[in-house]
Ligand binder design. Structure first.
Ligand code: ZN
Length: 594
């Protein structure tokens, strides 16, 4: 058994002290730290925080040879254990790495646990023998023998399992509920004293019930017996990372529900966004942790793991996260359509949708999605948001065709496609061909052309007619001045009006503006905010713009396009049609679950 003992003798120094014991090492024993964490597709080089690696063998210190940025080698004799000790600096507040201070600890195994190469399939044991006074442990890692606070030993069947259960340490709010025999635990660190834990627990339970019913119908049990939500409430951050039996979440503490507040107040946009995050990560328990790209059947922790399928695993999960909030009755139709309109508008505001397909965006996630810069909206599209709209287009296509053909009440929906994929793959690795086959099986026609155009192409999705057939009106909004000029800005009293992005083909690009430029004045008038320019620009007529770049002041000719009609960046809003025809009304009710 490979054993890791985790010590935190001086939490304020942000250092975990790790002792790894390999009972019967190879003659040339290699150990390595992952360069990435599954679920977050960027090489993060966790080894940069590892230091002081020392080895003991047969009672004596032995040499450790570094092989590459994340791999070390120790020469061993047979019949004696190898012990490695090292420190890991942990001051990353995200859900992807490790954090430790005098108030709280958190870690993923990918940050702390060197992989004993050649022993990955053996049992792994993680020991937390001592904790600061009053601290507790929360994790989905199976306990072997622990006390009431969680001090003691945890076990994993292999290295993959060991690093797929994040661990929360400290003091926190804790609540539990059960769904179909599966124990669910909600752990919240960092909440304000008036945090309404019971409210969040009850709403989370409704999400879990809706999702288990989604995947397993009325009777079956979920593919886990114990699930843990680890939520860290902070001043200002939002995100999550999925695991096989838990998720690590981070959210603004102001978004948590407060005791004694009526529903209308606590159902703020922030709280709905937190529920959407919970729904998203929980959906991943099926979609990406079990049903997963064939390329992820076995993770390679030493390098990028490429797949073209993140539009499905992230995009479809993004489609269902808010939709299942609606179906669970946590939000109403109007709120759901507002959230959907935001996704649609975000994609429309991104010229990169005409440059990069979502399949390409998936493959390139490692160098593009997680490494955004000022050119990102011109060159890339998010596989989350456009992937969600591909799911919407497929779902509404299936539903409208099934309704039109009146196929004896046969449920042709994307839900059925997801369940078909789950059953056909036994909850395991799938390829794009499997997705195409499931669509064909459920929809009784080929969707090859749709997948070619929507997933591998860069044309527009036919959302407007599909939504109309579902009784939802598409209402284009007027373009903002920034959209009419083809730029994005940040504004503050300190920095003035600063260009963050110049969008390809727009008036700002034609005028010669660059990201980073400060907009100073227009036709002799000082600009305090971009909208000051509304009263200074006449459509079709060039104005003189003064901009500052690297201490130089530039004079540029800026022309506001003469018409706003059909601005491709403009937002849309979505609304329930007042009196839709009967088929559209029936489709809408079935789709939204009302
Ligand atoms: Zn996700």
């Amino acid at each position: 058994m490979i054993t890791y003992q985790i010590g935190l003798p001086e939490p304020h120094t942000h250092s975990f002290h790790v002792t790894l014991t390999i009972p019967a090492p190879h003659a040339e024993q290699r150990v390595s730290l992952p360069v990435w964490i599954p679920g977050s597709y960027l090489v993060r080089e966790f080894a940069r925080h590892l230091s002081g690696l020392q080895a003991t063998h047969r009672g004596k210190p032995v040499a450790v040879q570094q092989i590459d940025k994340a791999t070390w080698l120790v020469r061993c004799k047979p019949g004696a254990a190898l012990t490695l000790s090292y420190r890991v600096y942990a001051f990353d507040t995200s859900v992807r790495a490790a954090f430790l201070d005098a108030q709280r600890g958190f870690f993923n195994g990918t940050s702390l646990c060197l992989r004993a190469e050649g022993f990955e399939q053996r049992l792994h044991r993680l020991e937390l023998p001592t904790l600061p006074e009053g601290w507790q442990v929360a994790t989905s890692l199976p306990a072997l023998s622990v006390d009431a606070a969680g001090r003691g030993a945890y076990g994993a069947a292999d290295y993959d399992e060991l690093v797929d259960h994040p661990v929360e340490l400290g003091t926190f709010w804790r609540g539990t509920f059960e769904v179909r025999g599966a124990e669910h635990e909600l752990v919240v660190a960092g909440a304000l004293p008036d945090f309404d834990g019971e409210r969040l627990l009850a709403d989370t339970q409704r999400i879990c019930e809706a999702q288990i019913a989604f995947w397993h119908g009325a009777a079956d049990v979920p593919p886990f017996a114990h699930y843990v939500f680890l939520l860290n409430a902070v001043d200002d951050s939002h995100g999550g990372l999925e695991h096989r039996a838990s998720t690590a979440l981070i959210a603004p503490r102001r978004d948590l529900p407060q005791r004694g507040k009526p529903e209308s107040v606590t159902l703020s946009d922030g709280y709905v966004s937190l529920l959407g995050l919970i729904s998203h990560e929980y959906f991943h328990t099926w979609n990406v942790k079990r049903l997963r790209p064939a390329e992820f059947a076995r993770y390679d922790y030493t390098r990028e793991n490429y797949t073209e399928l993140l539009w499905f695993f992230e995009g479809f999960t993004s489609y269902y996260d808010d939709l299942l909030l609606r179906r669970a009755g946590l939000i109403d139709d109007e709120r759901y359509l507002r959230l959907l309109a935001k996704t649609v508008s975000g994609v429309l505001a991104t010229p990169g949708r005409q440059v990069q397909s979502v399949a390409q965006a998936s493959f390139d996630a490692w160098v593009k999605y997680y490494r955004t810069d000022e050119n990102t909206p011109n060159a890339t599209i998010s596989y989350y948001t456009k992937g969600a709209l591909v799911a919407l287009a497929l779902d509404l296509s299936l539903r409208s065709e099934a309704g039109a053909a009146k196929r004896g009440g046969r449920a042709a929906t994307l839900d059925t496609v997801m369940r078909h994929l789950w059953a056909a793959s036994a909850g395991g690795p799938i390829s794009e061909a499997d997705i195409a086959a499931a669509l064909q099986h459920v929809g009784r026609r080929s969707f090859a052309a749709a997948l070619a155009a929507w997933v591998h192409g860069t044309g527009e999705l036919p959302l407007q007619p599909l939504l109309a057939a579902a009784g939802v009106a598409w209402q284009p909004q007027s373009a903002t001045l920034a959209q009419r000029l083809g730029l994005r800005v940040s504004e503050s009293a300190l920095t003035g009006v600063k260009v963050s992005h110049v969008l390809a083909g727009g008036a700002a690009q034609q005028a010669g503006l660059s990201a980073g430029d400060e907009l100073l004045a227009l036709d002799g008038w000082r600009l305090r905010r971009l909208d000051d320019a509304l009263r200074l620009l006449a459509p079709g007529q060039a104005a003189t713009l003064l901009a500052a770049r690297d201490q130089r002041v530039l004079s540029l000719a800026l022309t506001l396009p003469s018409t706003d009609a059909g601005n491709p960046l403009a937002a849309v809003s979505l609304a329930l049609q007042d009196k839709p025809a009967q088929p559209a009304l029936a489709l809408r009710k079935a789709w939204l679950g009302t």
